[in-house]
Design a protein around this ligand. Structure first.
Ligand code: IFG
Length: 508
């Protein structure tokens, strides 16, 4: 049915409906294929439109079924449609091993939608795109009167980088599992596929370790954290539940215990982890770089191995982050000794170690180096995750006038600052082929609740998500700011407290 005919038909329907009851408010015309965030690799509009109706069904089988159920669960509340998942249906999800990795192909015709991918994660990427092509009302929790139109055409899409991460610091301020799940729901919409949880630092220890129970009993207690307002910790059961929740949304959790620096909380709980055996005072300030494990004591390595062993046992994902940043209280030779003994422990327990860029000094064969300190050059022949503090740190203030929230030691970061850089060219001394991907860390010294997370994370996290997903050929600030502006009403509908940056033309 051509667009004109369809439009006439739908207009014909509206007056009739108006005779019997108030005409339903038609949802704004469907989104365009070009409105998707992150920008897809190849978009070919066709001019036709597909309408999801009460008669629609989702066709899937085998390993496509969990994704089909996820799609149905996102569409049922606002449409009120049954949307059965069965062998046939006008929205079909299909696995095709000729498609690689996380790529997908989305064909929207006038009578059916076909989503094809090589893996369930690829299908999920297509589902996130499909959600954005429906009218914004699709995110409502209750049935909306709308024409559930999807613009016709084809999207062939695949990620530029395999690693597209978000980091949340639970140590400075403990965020509850529900707050973390809320963040997982929000970042999964933008094809983020890793969640790095910063679980221990100077102010708090936030993950249960059976062999060292005082870590959480003392440094996970109420009253720990910055300003004493960030107490709490994840039991192993709560951690496993978060890992499952994330995995169901195709996000892999990476736990981090930071060593040999950032260890004051561990040393308060176990003074034997200091060189002089004297427990340091509990810290609730935001200073960094003053604490260090004692590289010359064997208990240090038993501690490190016990923690890594228990973290590995509760983490199905392939990576463990062992920190390594700002070890200013660790003599350089001790730092190298420590890392050379500890990095291999991740592998001993079946995991690939990730460390902040300082680990580059310890010949981190087989580790992944996370670039963060924009003031220091990085030379390494290992894979690199790029998260420069001056562009990717979501805890930086947007600008000096921004109301509460955020720090500014790395400067301020407006949305265009977060967008306007190329992860493939950002490090002059690291060849592009070593770039594993990008990450948007959110440190929690200034955070207290989900509203604080959302104010700092959105919209800048979407800029980093686009840098990680979209081909550099699609990188365009004007396009991005228009697409983000058009997405604003979605966040409003979802109750996400995003920052209405003056750099963005916000839709209403
Ligand atoms: N640097 C510290 C973090 C945090 C951050 C706040 C890294 C790797 C400043 N280390 O970033 O612990 O305090 O912006």
């Amino acid at each position: 049915m051509r667009l004109a005919t369809l439009a006439a038909t739908s207009l014909l329907v509206l007056p009739l409906a108006a005779c019997t009851e108030p005409a339903p408010t038609p949802a704004p015309l469907a989104r365009s294929l070009a409105s998707v965030l992150p920008a897809p690799a190849r978009v070919t509009p066709s001019g036709v439109r597909f309408e999801l109706t009460e008669a629609s069904g989702i066709a899937a089988e085998g390993d496509a079924l969990p994704v089909a159920e996820l799609l149905a669960a996102t569409l049922r509340p606002a449409t009120g449609f049954r949307l059965p998942v069965a062998a046939t249906g006008d929205v079909a999800l299909r696995l095709d091993t000729s498609i690689a990795g996380e790529a997908y192909r989305l064909d929207v015709g006038e009578d059916r939608v076909d989503l094809t991918a090589g893996t369930p994660a690829g299908l999920n990427n297509g589902v996130q795109t499909l959600r954005q092509l429906l009218p914004a009302a699709i995110d409502a929790g209750t049935v909306q009167q709308a024409a559930w139109i999807i613009p016709g055409g084809r999207i062939d899409d695949e990620p530029r980088y395999a690693y597209r991460g978000a980091m949340l610091d639970l140590a400075r301020h403990f965020h509850t599992p529900d707050e973390v799940k809320r963040y997982i729901d929000q970042i999964s919409r933008f094809k983020i596929n890793y969640l790095h949880l910063h679980l221990a630092d100077d102010q708090g220890w936030r993950i249960q370790i059976d062999s060292w129970p005082e870590l959480t009993a003392v440094s996970g207690a109420p009253g720990t954290g910055v300003d004493g307002a960030g107490g709490g910790y994840l039991t192993k059961a709560a951690y496993r539940d978060l890992v499952t929740y994330a995995a169901d949304r195709y996000i892999t959790v990476i736990p981090e215990v930071d060593m040999p620096g950032h260890v004051n909380a561990a040393q308060v709980a176990y003074p034997e982890l200091t060189c002089d055996g004297v427990a340091p005072r509990q810290r609730t300030d935001t200073a960094v770089g003053y604490s260090s494990l004692c590289a010359g004591k064997e208990i240090t390595y038993r501690f490190a191995e016990d923690v890594i062993r228990e973290l590995a046992a509760m983490t199905p994902g392939p990576y463990l982050h062992i920190g390594g940043d700002e070890a200013r209280a660790t003599p350089h030779a001790d730092y190298v000794t420590f890392q050379k003994r500890v990095m291999p422990l991740a592998r001993k327990y079946g995991k690939i170690p990730i460390g902040w860029q300082e680990i580059a000094a310890a010949e981190p064969e087989g580790a992944i180096v996370q670039y963060w300190n924009h003031t220091e050059p990085l030379t390494t022949n290992q894979r690199v995750i790029v998260s420069p503090a001056s562009q990717a740190y979501l805890d930086m203030q947007y600008d000096r006038q921004t109301p509460a929230g955020g720090m500014n030691w790395a400067g301020t970061t407006e949305v265009d600052d977060a967008y306007d850089w190329n992860p493939g060219a950002r490090l002059k001394t690291v060849p592009p082929e070593l770039i594993f991907g990008v990450e948007a860390p959110l440190w929690s010294e200034t955070l207290r609740d989900s509203a604080d997370i959302e104010f700092l994370a959105f919209p800048r996290l979407v800029a980093i998500a686009e840098l990680g997903w979209s081909p550099w050929s699609t990188h365009d600030w004007e396009s991005f700011r228009q697409r983000i502006g058009a997405y604003g009403p979605q966040w409003t509908r979802l109750g996400v407290r995003f920052y209405e940056s003056p750099k963005i033309p916000w839709g209403h």
